[in-house]
Design a protein around this ligand. Structure first.
Ligand code: GTP
Ligand code: SPV
Ligand code: MN
Length: 599
């Protein structure tokens, strides 16, 4: 349908679409009247459309072609140097009642937010093209999927949305069938950090983003829709929208267990989702299948188990640290048809980032000659955008309309001290407390200080579209008669020794921990009971071939009672922030464990 309309104003009669789409047409026209673009382009997701966009972006320097022999059909995009990550302090949840957004969100009254945004959007697309992007989050035929339409003035956003979502004609047809969709309006504006806001109106299923062209701020299908708005919808409709990877672990008998894991931004989801088993495991027949690397939508199936889909169609992955050694599957995935954002380049125009290999780059992410003393070649939050289908470990079940059944849910974060390698929650309620208690050191995925410990419940601190107290209640509500809920675990790949180095080798070796979890699910693996949950002793996990110091062994598999008492004291303070709204069951669970820790 690739209808390109140059004339403004539009009227409904002018559009080539059925009456079911009247609401969409009306909204597009309203937006055009406000933002005053020179032209409007409805995106159909076709190859021709993509090629035209790329040509245009190559011509104006938005996309720089990379070495076509080593990286065919791949490009470098350099963002504005002040626009390199999510901006949590400028991200708002605008509910009628402030308490519905909760202390975990920045809140603005809907009318105030709308007035502020209208003023910013007014005439902002003059001289630009306005793109209308219909998209579907999740397999196009899945009952768990949801649709949206993003309006943007950024062709870079269109190209990324085409990789990250099911975009175009099929999504528009589903919208026409269903009638409802999430409305996202985006403009890069002036890319001025002082005129930048990411607003969410969950009650109206609406998103408004102005002033940034980067990742989660601008690709509205991702964090804004699939997490903030979807978490709100999921609460009303009885499902979960989570910041989780989904992977399948296939054992030598050919049985596959699916695991969903919530780690905060830049804390290892992409890496775990694409794990390649250590050699011995590989030879024995173990395989890992990737279903998703960032977002998981799940809901109870007829058999009482939780079934999960990945709403995304691509990866927007962290480049720095990605190497043949750490994540060979990711590296294989990004050899062609990939958009790199804010990486460096070598003298022969190949993309390069810290941790890739020992070559020396020639140009840094800002486009300056590389100077070792002037900072890294790649921005620490440099990313690649690539279709998930290119991943060698991409699961054949990833397109399954019913989703995959989840055997285990894993929480985890960057914790240099206290938290052992892995432990298992006693039951669902304890598991929800373990998720609510998550803490992690901040990373470059958002602007602000890096390495600061903060509470990040279920890795959703930046992404939960409503009050965390209600979110914890929603999680608890899944434990009802007939439910066959997954076991809940907590992991920490980031424990450091006295020398400040990581004690656990991580990456592929993490399969040993997944194997123990599956053993627990199947009732086969042993553990030691402690007040914080069931911990494996070193002998309960297969560690053959892993060189661990005595310090590593005692710390990774150890339980520090005094340390956990202090942790539970601090957790009490955090939970108190939610006041009366905090579910009593969570408070009681905390009190029970705190008391056990004191005896
Ligand atoms: P978002 O896309 O921001 O949500 O992040 P993510 O959770 O997918 O993070 P990703 O897998 O890209 O990991 C980010 C960083 O963590 C990279 O620098 C990795 O090298 C590092 N990392 C991942 N897994 C491990 C691990 O097992 N051990 C150690 N030490 N580092 C890891
Ligand atoms: C994250 O920050 O968790 C990401 C990257 O996955 S972004 O899409 O920019 O939010
Ligand atoms: Mn993420």
């Amino acid at each position: 349908m690739a209808a390109i309309r140059n004339e403004i104003p539009l009227d409904v009669e002018n559009t080539a679409m059925g009456s079911q789409l009247e609401a969409l047409n009306q909204w597009v026209m309203d937006v055009a009247r406000l933002t005053q673009p020179d032209r409007i382009q409805w995106c159909d997701g076709s190859d021709t459309e993509f090629e035209e966009l790329v040509q245009q972006m190559e011509a104006d320097g938005t996309l720089l072609p990379l070495n076509s022999e080593t990286h065919p059909r791949s490009w470098l995009h350099r963002s504005h140097p002040d626009d390199v990550a999510r901006v949590e302090h400028l991200t708002f949840v605008c509910t009628t009642d402030r308490e519905d957004a909760g202390p975990n969100n920045h809140w603005m009254a809907p009318a105030d937010a709308r007035a502020k945004m209208d003023a910013l959007f007014e005439g902002c697309m003059r001289g630009r093209t306005m793109y209308v992007i219909p998209y579907c989050m999740g397999p196009i035929d899945s009952p768990l999927s949801r649709c949206g339409v993003e309006i943007t003035d950024s062709p870079y956003v269109v190209a990324n949305m085409r990789i990250m979502t099911r975009m175009g004609a099929a999504a528009l047809a589903r919208i026409e069938r269903e009638g409802s969709f999430v409305r996202g309006l985006h403009s890069i504006g002036e890319l001025d950090p002082d005129r930048r806001f990411i607003m969410h109106f969950p009650e109206e299923l609406t998103i408004q983003s102005y002033g940034s062209g980067y990742g989660g701020n601008a690709l509205l299908g991702k964090k804004c829709h699939a997490l903030r708005i979807a978490s709100h919808q999921a609460r009303n409709e009885g499902w979960l929208a989570e910041h989780m990877l989904i992977l399948g672990v296939e054992n030598p008998k050919g049985e596959t267990h699916y695991i969903a894991a919530a780690f905060p931004s830049a804390c290892g989801k992409t890496n775990l989702a694409m794990l390649i088993p250590p050699e011995g495991y590989r030879n024995a027949g173990w395989k890992v299948w990737t279903v998703g690397d960032d977002i998981c939508w799940m809901r109870p199936g007829p058999d009482g188990r939780l079934y999960a889909i990945n709403p995304e169609a691509g990866f927007f992955g962290v480049a720095p640290g990605t190497s043949e050694k750490s994540n060979p599957n990711a590296l294989a995935t990004i050899q062609h048809d990939t958009i790199f954002t804010n990486v460096g380049v070598t003298a022969d125009n190949q993309p390069w980032w810290e941790g890739l290999d020992n070559r020396v780059p020639s140009i840094d992410w800002r486009g300056n000659a590389y100077d070792f003393n002037a900072g890294p070649a790649a921005h620490p939050n440099a990313r690649f955008t690539v279709s998930a289908r290119q991943c060698p470990s991409w699961s054949p079940k990833a397109e399954d309309a019913q989703g995959v059944p989840i055997s285990a849910i894993v929480f985890g974060g960057r914790r240099a001290s206290l938290v052992p390698l892995v432990f298992e929650a006693r039951d669902w309620t304890h598991g929800v407390l373990v998720g609510a208690a998550m803490g992690s050191e901040t990373t470059a995925a958002a602007t602000g200080a890096v390495g600061v410990m903060r509470r990040d419940p279920m890795a959703m601190k930046p992404f939960c579209g409503y009050n965390f107290a209600d979110y914890f209640s929603h999680w608890l509500s899944f434990d009802k008669p007939g439910a066959k809920l997954p076991k809940v675990f907590h992991v920490n790949w980031f424990r450091k020794g006295d020398d400040g180095k990581f004690l656990w080798p991580g990456f592929g070796e993490n399969l040993r921990v997944l194997e123990w979890m599956i053993g627990r699910v199947e009732g086969k693996a042993a553990a030691q009971e402690t007040p914080i949950g069931a911990l494996p002793r070193a002998e309960d996990i297969h560690l053959d071939g892993v060189a661990l110091s005595d310090e590593a062994r005692s710390v990774l598999f150890g339980f520090d009672r005094a340390g956990w008492q202090a942790e539970f004291d601090s957790l009490a303070g955090f939970l108190d922030e939610f006041g009366e709204r905090l579910p009593g069951a969570l408070k009681e669970e905390h009190g029970r464990i705190a008391a056990e820790l004191r005896t």
